[in-house]
Each structure stands twice: as C-alpha cells, then as structure tokens.
Design a protein around this ligand. Structure first.
Ligand SMILES: Nc1nc2c(ncn2[C@@H]2O[C@H](COP(=O)(O)OP(=O)(O)OP(=O)(O)O)[C@@H](O)[C@H]2O)c(=O)[nH]1
Length: 431
C-alpha cells in the first residue's frame, strides 16, 4: 500500500500539470485576441499631402527654365508623373487649378502685348504776359530791395545818410556801381528841382529811374522765324548747371506755343545725360532732337546735322544746345568756336543766347565775359531769378555785355520761362 507521502506527491504533480495547462490556454487566447483587434483609424491627411496634390497642376517653374535653357530635364519625380490618389478627406472639394495654372498649362500662347500708347504731345500755353503771371515769384525774392528803398526814402529828411543807404541797397542787389550811381544822382537831381517830394512821388521817380536802367527800348525778340528760305539758327551757350539744357527745352515749348516748327540739336556731348534730357523735353511737345548715340561725339558734327535736318525739314528754327564744361576753359571756348564755325558753313547763326544763373552774381558776370570772347552773344537768358534777391544782375549784365536780357527763368516748371518784360520786372521789384 502506498503511504500518505506518496499520495501527497501524486497530488502535487497533478496540480502542477493542471496549472501549466491552464497557463498555456490563457496565453493562446490572449495572443489570438491581439491579432483580431479592429484597424486603427489613420490620422487625418497632413497639410503637406494637400499641397502636394495641388502642386501637381503646376509645372515646376524650375523645369520650365531648365527646358528653355536646353539642358536635359531631370526625370519627373513619381509624385509629379501622376496625381497621387487623393488623400484628402471626402468632404474637401477637389483642388481647382488657379487661373495662373490654367494659363501656364493649357492656354494658347498669350497674345502679344499691345503696342505702347503714343506719348501724348502737350500743347503749351502762349508765353505772352507770362512774366506778369509769374510776377509773384519775382516779387517774393526781389521786393526786399524795393521795400528797402522805399522805406529809406520815406523818412523825414533826405540827407547823405539816406542816399548812402539807397546806394548800399542797390549795390547789394547786384546793380553794379555805374547803374547805382546813375540812379542815386537822378533822384537827387529831381529832389533838388522839385523840393520835398511826397512818398508817392518818390516811388514814382524810383520806378522811372530803375526802368531807365533796365532799358525798355532794347530789342528783346528772339530770332525764331525763317529767314528767306532757311530756318533761323539759335545757339545756346553757358556754363554747366546754369540751366542751359532746361532753358532750351522750355524755349522749345514757348516756340511751339507760337506755332513754330522746331528742331533741337544736342551738341552737349560732354555730359552723357544731356542729350536724353533734351530729347525728353522735345518729345513732350513733339519736337525732334538730333543727337549722337556716341558719348563724347564731335559736338560740331551734331550741330551741323541738326541744322541740316532743320533745312531739309523746312522748319522755322533750329536750337543747338552746347556743352558747358570741358576739362579746361580754353578747351571749352575752342570747342564753342568750332561749333560756331561748322554751323556757319551751312547757315548764319541768327541768335546766340548766353544762359546765366542769376544766383551767381558777379561770378556769373565773369563767365559771361569769357563766353562773349568766344562767340557773339546776342541775348541773355537769366535763369533762377526766382531764387535770388539780386535781380539787379539784369541791369548789370545788359550794361556789361551790351545785349538785352531776352528770357528769364522763374522756376523749375516746364512753363517757368518768360520773355523778359522790363516794366513787369520793375513793378515786381517795387511791389
Ligand atoms: N529755380 C529755378 N531752377 C532752375 C531754373 N532753370 C533751371 N533750373 C534748374 O537748374 C538745374 C540745372 O539745369 P540744367 O538745365 O540741367 O543745367 P545745364 O546748364 O544744362 O547743365 P549741364 O547740362 O550740366 O551743362 C535743374 O535742376 C533745373 O531745374 C529757374 O529758372 N529757376
């Protein structure tokens, strides 16, 4: 018979076997359960995926450039070869090609751009009476002289101190010594003859004395009409920066307003932009510009061609702009003399206008004298009179050069050039 110990051993073995079997069954059941789990919902399509879909409508810009350069195009990436199956949510509307895409991919080649519109030709206003219209500009800068004079003269007595102050004021306005002396002597004489004058009487005398100095009898017409069977020729000279090219442009406008046919000659070949500047001025009023495309071209040759063009085209006037700066003064004067000589092989020069900057005062006068030695000046265009209180330069320049101021510049606007009117000038100074 088996002992109790043996019985316990048998029971222990059976328990171990049963527990091991149970463990095996549980393991199997859990493993099968994991395999049969429901599929996990994929994450919503990323933003990147949408973008990529849209991009398939758009030819790569780099590819286009590469093709046009003739280089071998890189094989298309799989994503570019075929649109990817849509990975967007069903409710997302399909991506439409943008108008730009449509043009690039399917539209026929774009129609040629319309021809640029013809630049509009301006019709400038007549320059008659322009100085009276611009009088306020002149008065703004120059009436200090007039006011100063009238204040001094309206005192209780007219003694030496008063006359000295009048002299200083006139000299300060660049009238020059001779004109100043003549004006003061004239006033003193009238006071001696008439006795103590009223303020109005003094103002009237001052007006007359100043006007006499500005010399209203000078011929200020510009030679801009055909002479016999040829155009008039106007040569414009002056130091660079005085406003020479601008003045030629403004003068062309003045003449167009008078129904003149004008040709411009860009003989300032020293400064590269001068021809462009002139051409722009001319273009605005339908006036052609003869120029050279070569920087530093022979200015005399350009001037010659301009005059020839004017003759062939039977225009009224040819205006030749010249250089105002060279490496040295002698070179500039030699060049101007040459331009003049070459023009005169075809036609007399009817007008030689010197452009002077009124703000440069006595310095401008020295320039004027140098130019006068190289060419025969027939008139002066005094620019920037709006920016100086030294309007007396009008008197000085006429006295020194013996030629009239024919034009005055009173601003930077295209129509700020006026035929000089002595009475309007004196009126503005004594305003
Ligand atoms: N305030 C004022 N400015 C003026 C007048 N005339 C010309 N200017 C200005 O002066 C400057 C010089 O003018 P330009 O015509 O280029 O001078 P330029 O003498 O031709 O100079 P270069 O071509 O270098 O020889 C420009 O800014 C003009 O607008 C004027 O009457 N009043």
């Amino acid at each position: 018979m088996w002992g109790v110990d043996a019985l316990w051993e048998i029971l222990l073995v059976i328990t171990v076997v049963v527990l091991g079997g149970l463990g095996l069954v549980v393991g199997l059941v859990r493993g099968r359960g994991r395999k049969a789990a429901p599929p996990v919902t994929p994450p919503p399509p990323a933003r990147e995926a949408k973008t990529r879909t849209a991009n398939t409508y758009r030819p790569s810009s780099t590819a286009t450039i590469d093709t046009s350069k003739g280089s071998t195009p890189a094989p298309p990436k799989p994503a570019e070869r075929e649109p990817e199956p849509p990975v967007v949510e069903p409710e997302t509307p399909p991506v439409e090609p943008t108008p730009a895409d449509t043009v690039e991919t399917t539209a026929p080649p774009a129609a040629p751009a319309p021809a640029p519109a013809e630049p509009e030709v301006e019709r400038p206003e007549s320059a008659r009476g322009r100085m009276t219209k611009l009088r306020s500009r002149l008065a703004r800068s120059n009436s200090a002289m007039g006011k100063g004079l009238l204040t001094v003269l309206s005192g209780d007595k007219l003694d030496d101190a008063v006359w000295e102050e009048v002299e200083d004021t006139l000299l300060g306005a660049d009238l020059g010594v001779e004109a100043t002396t003549e004006i003061v002597d004239g006033l003193k004489r009238r006071v001696q003859v008439e006795g103590s004058p009223s303020a109005e009487q003094l103002e009237q005398w001052l007006h007359e004395e100043l006007l006499a100095q500005v010399n209203p009898d000078m011929d200020r017409r510009i030679a801009a009409s055909r002479v016999g069977d040829r155009p008039a020729v106007v040569m414009v000279v002056g130091v660079n920066g005085t406003g020479k090219t601008t003045t030629v442009g403004k003068l062309a406008r003045v003449l167009v307003a008078e129904d003149k046919d004008v040709v411009l000659g860009a003989a300032d070949t020293f400064r590269a932009a001068a021809a462009d500047q002139l051409e722009t001025w001319g273009g605005r009023v339908g006036v052609p510009t003869v120029r050279s495309d070569k920087e530093g071209a022979d200015p005399a040759a350009v001037a010659f061609d301009a005059v020839k063009e004017g003759q062939d085209g039977e225009v009224d006037v040819v205006i030749v702009d010249t250089a105002g700066r060279l490496h040295n003064k002698v070179g500039l004067m030699d060049e101007l003399a040459k331009v003049k000589r070459v023009i005169e092989k075809q036609s007399p020069i009817d007008e030689c206008l010197l452009v002077l900057d009124a703000t440069t005062g006595q310095n401008g006068m020295r320039q004027a004298e140098i130019f006068a030695q190289a060419v025969d000046i027939t008139g002066v265009a005094l620019t920037k009179l709006d920016g100086t209180a030294k309007g007396g330069i009008v008197v000085l320049v006429q006295r020194e050069l013996g030629v009239p101021v024919k034009l005055v510049g009173l601003g930077e606007g295209p129509d700020d050039l006026a035929p000089f009117d002595p009475k309007a000038f004196v009126d503005a100074v004594l305003d």
